[in-house]
Design a protein around this ligand. Structure first.
Ligand code: 6R9
Length: 659
């Protein structure tokens, strides 16, 4: 047996299965029959999903795929995303339902708004934007913390047909300037600052800098900056450009005549990093995107809008915040929590306290957060009553089996199923996931595509791999919430996603995946995270999971570093659990032996470095590129997209100091 085969069979040795709870299965929104129904007539299935929304004019054709890869969905239909997220609920008698329980970071600083109240505020903001000169088709950049006004700003843009581009508040002024210029944003919406880890942190100065950079570097002039007052900190003010939100929006009328746009009207541009330095502006349009977001939020989380309290911890500056904090839940009339701050402020149990206080029933977060809670130990969550939870979600990277089991058991009380949801900025909505009332969950596997979606794992040549083998993950049929292009760069759009399997017309996701013996999918991470050691393909994720399954390990990141002998060698960066102390003298050897035992000799790390932190982006993805720099003794590259750019110093200082 080759080492690769050995690795594969180790993977499929995961024998734990978790059946859906009986009550959940009995009352599930989507039942097993949906898979077959969708397969029989995919377009009819999607048309049925689009019926969840209000269309002013119904479409004439479900899908126009005459000029691939440029898709048009629900051709001829007219729709307004903000109307669907708000007015429709009010018109249909749900106006008094709480839309959002907003929880500020400072304790006691909370505000809950109903659908009717939110509709009024969005109408005011829409009127204010029109007053500032924003018209249908103009782009608006949003650079905000997690405030109610952030959601209001996004929906106000949607209401008037001005595509928004939300830039994560942790990004630098440089990153902001690049995005403003790339999509030509006329107006920027921001705030004086926000609260993080107990302190106000400024945002407006970065907007001032970005505006100056855009002007000096590219001759691009931002016309207006709309500023929400959140922290009350001092801000520089340019009367010709800056406008206070409370003046412009607060003083506007709550009456705003809604307009319905073509189904393919641009809804937003979300920038995501590519393999080159220039970020890609992923374009999503209205009808198909909203259909995908609403359907998946309802099906994958089994949402019951009358009784559920939903909470997604993602930042709105990330696609998950768009689909599963704004558009999906609001289109479905859900009641949800929106939390401003960090998980450990003012104390480590803050998230669990919020779950207890608001009776959260559906909770959606990222594996990186779960692993950091594992590191702190179960005593903290155990202090809170989280018996309200009935479905748990995971997104952003593969969830290690140990983290999955911990999540299900400690947070979900051995009761709530975990849905491991695979998707991308580009896919707009969840593509591969268990269904909580149907699937027997398997720790570490995202299982199979949801009804309506068609995926496969294929070889370089495009042949479907047999069960038990790995390859590239592809989506083999168009879906409504698919990206329409890269803003201003159709060629890059075709090249990046559609050229590898041009003949077959498949979407290349850029992820490696495997099918286990049952045909269930295991997403292994980006193809560029796949290492090649002595000609054997090894996944960083698999070795990370092996490390995390050791009782002393909290988190691990693995990279392939250049090696004279083997091409690449496995280098691991490991954070130990608090209770493991410094791990003991033999910790490195102990971990190497553990990996060898778990996966096989070929996977044994050449080097294991014990570190205090790992470099992560705001969406929780480990920036392996930077770790590769350390492993290959290079100067560390660009750190601007890190959530905390001082982490690399911590790691390097730690390594110099011993171990
Ligand atoms: C939603 C989001 C997309 C990439 C994707 C993959 C990784 C996301 C995953 C997962 C394994 C999951 N990814 N979810 N890998 N299992 N459940 O994360 O979008 O920021 O565009 O990242 O994230 O590598 O290709 P985005």
């Amino acid at each position: 047996m080759s080492s690769t085969d050995e690795t594969l069979s180790n993977l499929s040795k995961e024998e734990r299965r978790f059946d859906p709870p009986e009550a959940l299965a009995a009352g599930a929104n989507l039942k097993a029959e949906a898979y077959e129904r969708a397969e029989r007539d995919r377009e009819a299935f999607w048309a049925e999903q689009a019926e969840r929304l209000h269309w002013d004019q119904k479409w004439e054709r479900v899908l126009d795929w005459d000029d691939p890869p440029f898709a048009k969905w629900f051709v001829g239909g007219t729709i307004n995303a903000a109307y669907n997220c708000l007015d429709r609920h009010v018109d249909e008698g749900r106006g008094d339902r709480t839309a959002i329980h907003w929880v500020g970071e400072p304790e006691g600083d909370t505000r809950s708004v109903t659908y009717a109240e939110l509709r009024d505020e969005v109408s005011q903001a829409a009127n204010a934007l029109v007053e500032l000169g924003v018209q249908k088709g103009d782009r608006v950049a949003i650079y905000m913390p997690m405030l109610l006004e952030t959601v209001v700003a996004m929906l106000a843009c949607a209401r008037i047909g001005a595509p928004h581009t939300v830039v994560f508040g942790g990004f630098s002024s440089d990153a902001l300037a690049t995005r403003i210029v790339d999509c030509g944003a006329k107006v920027v919406i921001t705030s004086d600052g926000g609260y993080r880890r107990g302190n106000p942190s400024a945002l407006k100065p970065a907007v001032d800098e970005a505006r100056a950079k855009a002007s000096e570097r590219d001759g691009f002039e931002v016309e207006k900056v709309l500023v929400v007052r959140r922290t009350g900190q001092e801000v520089e003010w340019d009367d010709a450009v800056d406008v206070w939100w409370h003046d412009a929006v607060g003083g506007a009328s709550t009456e705003h005549q809604v307009e319905f746009f073509d189904s393919e009207h641009p809804l937003y541009v979300m920038y995501t990093s590519g393999t080159t330095g220039k970020p890609k502006g992923i374009l999503h349009t209205t009808g198909g995107y909203l259909t995908g977001a609403a359907y998946t939020h309802w099906a994958v989380f089994d949402l019951k809008p009358e009784t559920d309290v939903y909470w997604c911890t993602a930042d709105v500056g990330w696609v998950t915040g768009h689909s599963y904090l704004v558009y999906g839940p609001l289109a479905n009339g859900a009641t949800q929590v929106l939390y401003e701050g960090t998980p450990d402020s003012p104390e480590k149990g803050r998230w669990w306290k919020i779950i207890e206080e608001y009776g959260v029933t559906i909770f959606y977060t990222a594996p990186t957060a779960i692993r950091s809670f594992m590191k702190q130990g179960r005593e903290i969550p155990d202090r809170y009553d989280m018996s309200s939870l009935r479905v748990l979600g995971s997104v952003g990277e593969p969830i290690n089996p140990e983290a999955y089991v911990w999540y299900r058991s400690v947070i979900g009380g051995d009761r709530a199923p975990v849905v491991d949801t695979w998707w991308q900025t580009e896919t707009g909505a969840i593509m591969i996931s268990p269904l909580p009332g149907v699937t027997a969950g398997k720790p570490g596997s995202a299982m199979i595509p949801i009804p309506g979606v068609s995926a496969d794992v294929v070889t370089e040549e495009g042949e479907s791999v047999p069960n038990g083998s790995g390859g590239y993950l592809v989506l083999t049929a168009p879906w409504p919430s698919m990206l329409r292009t890269i803003w201003g760069d159709d060629e890059r759009f075709k090249d990046t996603y559609w050229s590898k399997y041009a003949q077959q017309g498949w979407y290349f996701a850029g992820d490696g995946a495997k099918k286990d013996d049952d045909g269930d999918l295991w997403v292994l991470g980006r193809v560029d995270d796949v290492m090649n050691v002595s000609g054997h393909r090894l996944s960083t994720t698999e070795i990370e999971s092996a490390l995390v399954s050791h009782p002393k390990v909290a988190e691990a990141a693995v990279v392939g570093a250049k090696d004279e002998d083997t091409g690449q060698a496995v280098c691991a960066f490991v954070i130990l659990r608090d209770e493991a102390g410094d791990g003991g003298d033999d910790i490195v050897q102990e971990l190497r032996t553990h990996v060898r035992k778990e996966i096989g000799p070929i996977a044994t790390p050449r080097q294991i470095m014990i570190v205090p932190e790992l470099p992560k982006t705001r969406s929780g993805k480990i920036m392996r590129r930077l770790l590769r720099d350390v492993a290959e003794n290079r100067e560390v590259g660009d750190v601007t997209t890190l959530a905390d750019s001082s982490v690399m110093n911590l790691i390097q200082d730690g390594l110099k100091g011993g171990k």
